[in-house]
Ligand binder design. Sequence first.
Ligand SMILES: *[C@@H]1O[C@H](CO)[C@@H](O)[C@H](O)[C@H]1NC(C)=O
Ligand SMILES: *[C@@H]1O[C@H](CO)[C@@H](O)[C@H](O)[C@H]1NC(C)=O
Ligand SMILES: *[C@@H]1O[C@H](CO)[C@@H](O)[C@H](O)[C@H]1NC(C)=O
Ligand SMILES: *[C@@H]1O[C@H](CO)[C@@H](O)[C@H](O)[C@H]1NC(C)=O
Ligand SMILES: *[C@@H]1O[C@H](CO)[C@@H](O)[C@H](O)[C@H]1NC(C)=O
Ligand SMILES: *[C@@H]1O[C@H](CO)[C@@H](O)[C@H](O)[C@H]1NC(C)=O
Ligand SMILES: *[C@@H]1O[C@H](CO)[C@@H](O)[C@H](O)[C@H]1NC(C)=O
Ligand SMILES: *[C@@H]1O[C@H](CO)[C@@H](O)[C@H](O)[C@H]1NC(C)=O
Ligand SMILES: *[C@@H]1O[C@H](CO)[C@@H](O)[C@H](O)[C@H]1NC(C)=O
Length: 871
Amino acid sequence: MFIEVFCPIFILGYLFFFLLSCMSSLYILEINPLSHAHVATSLWDAYSGLLSHQSMILSMNSSFVDPLLQFETQLKIIKSSFNMLVAIPSFDKVKKMGTSADDVEDLVNLYQNILNIYEETLLILVSKDLYKLQILKEMILWMSEDGSYLQERIMVIITKVLHFASREVRGNTSVDAPCLGALAAELCLLCSHADSSITEQASFGLHYLLHIAKCQTGKNDSHEHNCFPPSSDVAFLSKSFQDKSKISQRIGQTLLPSLLTDFVWSLLKKLSAFDYKIASDAASLLKLTLENHAQKLIMVSKIVDVIYKQLCENSSHCMKHAMLQIITLLIRTSPKKVIFQLMDYPVPINDTLTLMWQAAGSEAKVAPHVLKTILLVLKGKPGERQENLMERRRSSLDVTNMMPVVASQALCTLLPIASYKKAVAQFFPHLLMALMLQLFYSGDLRLKRRALKHNQYAQDALRALLNCSGLQEVDIALKKKNCWNQFSQALYQQHGVQLIARTLCEFKFPQFPETLYYLYKLSVEGPRRSEDSIVTVIFLTELLNNFLKDPFPEEFLVLFRNWINDPNPSVSKLSLQKISSMAPVINEVENVCSLLICILDAFLCKDVTVVMRALLTLRRLLAKLDKVTYSTLCNRIAYSYCPLMDHSNASVRSIAIRHFGELLKDMCQYTWMLNSVIIGGLVPLILFLEDKEKRVVEACKHTLEICASQLKWPISYLFKDNNYSFELVVLSICNNLLTTHRNHITDLISDSLGFLGSSRANLRRASTVLIGYLTKVGGCLLLRDEIEVMLGAIERVLRDEDPVIKELAEITHNIIRGVLHTTTSSTLKQNFQRFFKFFYIKKLKPLYNYNLFFKNQTDNPMENKDIKNDK
Ligand SMILES: *[C@@H]1O[C@H](CO)[C@@H](O)[C@H](O)[C@H]1NC(C)=O
Ligand SMILES: *[C@@H]1O[C@H](CO)[C@@H](O)[C@H](O)[C@H]1NC(C)=O
Ligand SMILES: *[C@@H]1O[C@H](CO)[C@@H](O)[C@H](O)[C@H]1NC(C)=O
Ligand SMILES: *[C@@H]1O[C@H](CO)[C@@H](O)[C@H](O)[C@H]1NC(C)=O
Ligand SMILES: *[C@@H]1O[C@H](CO)[C@@H](O)[C@H](O)[C@H]1NC(C)=O
Ligand SMILES: *[C@@H]1O[C@H](CO)[C@@H](O)[C@H](O)[C@H]1NC(C)=O
Ligand SMILES: *[C@@H]1O[C@H](CO)[C@@H](O)[C@H](O)[C@H]1NC(C)=O
Ligand SMILES: *[C@@H]1O[C@H](CO)[C@@H](O)[C@H](O)[C@H]1NC(C)=O
Ligand SMILES: *[C@@H]1O[C@H](CO)[C@@H](O)[C@H](O)[C@H]1NC(C)=O
């Protein structure tokens, strides 16, 4: 219902308004403003215009219209009222125009009424909604653009409206007046206006505004409340509000954070004002406000961004200085926000940003915070996907993290600043390691192209760090060693890190204790990435090598022990290398056993080079280890070699087999402990006699001889002159087993069965022969179930693609079947086994004739070729 009635009124009012405003502007153009009739007419026109504007505004107070739209329309109408107002002839002229005293009085009354209507309209609007105080701010802007002679009168109106509003809100703590900040900024600037009458009005206005603001903060000092200030205070008030530091203090104390931010924001925009006086007034107000109240500001990063954009534009030198000073003030209270904002800009940092960083760096008090923030960013890896560290700042659009590069570059600016010296010294180890890591990351091949360029910043920052930490000589020495030039090469990274660490040690860098402590802390906390561990291990190793005597304290040893089984092979190897160097003092190390066991765990590593390094390290340590400790572990170590004897890498096989033999030799006084271990390794030792790699064969021969001598088996003659037969070795060993280790035969058979399925023909062949002999000597010990399993396994070999293996498998098959026929029942056999040792079994004769092929005679064409290759 209401809308239907209201809308036509609204539209009609609008039409009327347009017509009127067109007409009045025509009049003003055409007539001579100085003639009496025309002055009167223009005053009447203005009067009726303002009246109709007022009625339009009042008819628009419906809650059914969108408030924003409503406000915009009202503002538009107020603006045209304002234009009418400033177009009327000046008061003095009006007075002069009067033809008689009555006439003058009429005209003056009319004049006054015009102003009253305008004021009344504002009061009505503000009384309904304090939000509309914003109109006052707009009025000040219009006023300054216009330069009207009416400025003072307008200021009076503004002040009156504020006075009215301040009375309205008395005792109300929920005042919604979001424009106070911006309005305060305008009034503050007017407080230093050249015209003292304007200054005075602005001071009053500000005074009332602060009353309103006080209500918002719930501050209740009622004695100040009920006033237009007493006349004695007028002079005092306007004087005290010309003192910028007092203004800024009261503003800073009174305005709510969001409004204070608006205040700062408005002043910031004034810095690029064309009028130099306004700009410099704004600058000094900003400085005073931020010096004491910056902690209250919100949206600091946005302010920094505005400053950046203004600096990039063409601003005068003075204003540049003022803006940079703001950065310095902001960083005092919000170092993190400012730093993160500065790091948000793309690399490389250009001159403008460098100025901003320098400004940020000129506040020594916050240097530790700034460095901490930068260190936090340096934990990131350039180009890596964002992690939760900075999720606040980045949208999904920008997934790669270039902040660490910016951080490195920023350090180049910050580190040499004199006021940072103390903080830099405090964070030396953190900065050193963070920058080393950045250098290290930049060698990552995936990043290569961009990294080459970015590498430079981390390097420059590192050099600056050395330079400002009293380590210039280290920098020079590294330069001589050509360290810096090579860092961009991917393969150089590890060596580069080592070189830097070593050079620092050479010069006995005084920051050693805190660096060592920091490294320790880093290691205990655990790295963020595996690269981190590499750098830490290299550094720590160098420090320990240079400053501490081996064996270094248990605390550090624990770290190296854990690194042995690090997922990163480089870390494992570095750690093993350091541990290996401790062989001469191994018996002084606490917890040797757990150290050795960690090395054994590395045998299971997928990386061949780690396994190799672990084998060699263990051997070096065992050679020096005292025999009592050794004996407690020798079984465990020996068993750890067994799986490596069957390793896919021939070097690992041969080393494991040799070291197994070395262990037996070391432990020759403890043979009784090792018999079962020897039996455990026997099957691979025999089978790998048939390995294609000569070094493996040699290793087997060597170790078998050691085994045989431990077990007192007279078989070493078999290997004389490099002329031996595999079958004769097997035969001989089986004969010896028969007399000394009968009860292990079943185990040996089950070990050998595993090799029947090997992908390597030489192993299938050798195991076929070995199983045959073992069955022959141990058949009577086997249970029927076991024999059936064996038959199943050998039957698969009967279908082998290799004809020689097929032939051998047939023989073995027959042997096993023969045993099966002589077997009666399982229960009988178990009884039989119990009394087995009382039976005599006849010694074996060769079964396969495979035996008579000697190593350097023709066997089959394939084999022949392999042998030639071996040689
Ligand atoms: C609009 O303002 C007039 C005059 O102040 C008042 O009488 C009327 O009730 C107001 N209408 C609404 C909808 O607020
Ligand atoms: C202001 O303080 C007076 C007394 O000091 C108290 O009576 C009044 O309720 C307070 N008003 C508010 C809004 O806190
Ligand atoms: C305070 O002002 C708000 C609007 O600004 C008004 O809604 C509220 O009724 C007022 N409260 C008092 C106690 O005057
Ligand atoms: C930059 O400022 C100089 C002098 O202040 C002026 O001559 C030049 O036109 C300005 N350039 C721009 C793009 O505003
Ligand atoms: C800095 O870079 C910005 C864009 O990122 C550019 O607008 C500005 O002109 C540059 N300033 C200087 C001094 O190079
Ligand atoms: C090291 O500092 C000196 C001044 O103390 C300076 O001249 C030199 O350029 C700096 N070198 C580097 C690499 O930062
Ligand atoms: C065995 O490992 C070593 C060390 O990694 C390597 O040099 C060699 O080529 C490997 N041999 C084979 C046969 O894979
Ligand atoms: C190798 O040894 C076998 C017996 O073990 C012997 O019959 C043969 O003559 C030897 N051959 C050579 C070349 O020494
Ligand atoms: C291998 O055979 C060759 C003749 O074919 C013989 O001279 C040599 O002694 C044999 N034994 C060894 C170990 O080479």
